[in-house]
Design a protein around this ligand. Structure first.
Ligand code: ZN
Ligand code: FE
Ligand code: FE
Ligand code: ZN
Length: 264
């Protein structure tokens, strides 16, 4: 199985499991590498209640070291972060990037104008939301994130569909400019299997997005977005099939922020 680079730790306050349990799960799932990418600190602190604080970064690196010690060479353990892309956040991401020899940084859009739209506590707001407007803003933010060049992997490309609120009609008009920005940036996208377990009942991103991205030469990784050891490598056989049928011939591996391809 390809690597699983998008996984969390209890430091984000909404994930569970020990480093040893995650490593055992990665070995059982047969993923080629296991990467830790917990929700990065964000300023001003406290920013929200679902991430580590900047003062916890040493604990986070210690957690990854414990995973490495337990893995003992049986599976590579990579160090990453899932960073939030917010307008004006460039200096802070560059600061985080310099704090450790990361293997990769993941960029995510979880906020639109200060609203963490994928947080289940705001589900009620979706029923009356201006869907076309939100989708336009989301995809503009996603393209902006790609264009910064700050990230190696861009997370869950159509997270905005999480609660199954989608504009009517063909969605390719949203996907095409976003894919163009991603392709120009050189970053990889992920097939994030968590979407299969959310109300949208579809991996992130949609197959049509993947076909456009594959045709544009965008690299891809598979991700579970595990918040518990039982989720590491979840649905990877299905995701692998999705990658193949939408036109990908390889997945990406990262070490020291350098990408290489692993044929499917
Ligand atoms: Zn999370
Ligand atoms: Fe995320
Ligand atoms: Fe995540
Ligand atoms: Zn995520």
């Amino acid at each position: 199985m390809p690597a699983d680079y998008h996984t969390h730790t209890p430091l984000c306050r909404h994930a569970s499991g020990t480093p040893e349990a995650y490593v055992d799960a990665a070995l059982a799932a047969g993923v080629s590498e296991y990467g830790v990418s917990d929700h990065a600190p964000q300023r001003p602190e406290p920013f929200d209640d679902w991430r580590m604080s900047a003062s916890e970064l040493p604990d986070y690196l210690g957690w990854i070291e414990r995973a490495r010690a337990h893995a003992a060479g049986r599976v590579a353990v990579r160090a990453g972060l899932e960073c939030d892309w917010l307008p004006g956040n460039r200096a802070w991401i560059e600061d985080l990037a310099a704090r450790h020899d990361w293997d990769y940084l993941i960029g995510s859009v979880h906020y639109l104008d200060g609203w963490d739209f994928d947080n289940p506590k705001w589900l009620g707001r979706w029923a009356t939301a201006d869907l076309d407007g939100l989708w336009e803003r989301y995809w503009r933010a996603y393209a902006e994130m790609a264009a910064t060049g700050l990230f190696d992997i861009l997370a869950h490309p159509d997270l905005v569909k999480k609660f199954a609120y989608r504009p009517a009609g063909d969605l390719a008009g949203y996907y095409e400019p976003a894919v163009a920005a991603v392709a120009a940036s050189g970053a990889a996208i992920e097939i994030n299997t968590a979407g299969w377990h959310k109300p949208c009942a579809e991996a992130y991103p949609a197959p049509e997005f993947l076909r456009i991205a594959a045709a544009a030469g965008v690299p891809v990784v598979l991700s579970s977005d595990a918040h518990d050891p039982s989720e590491v490598g979840r649905d990877f056989p299905r995701a692998l099939e999705l990658a193949r049928t939408t036109g990908f011939a390889s997945t990406a591996l990262f070490a020291g922020r350098v990408r290489r391809a692993e044929p499917l």
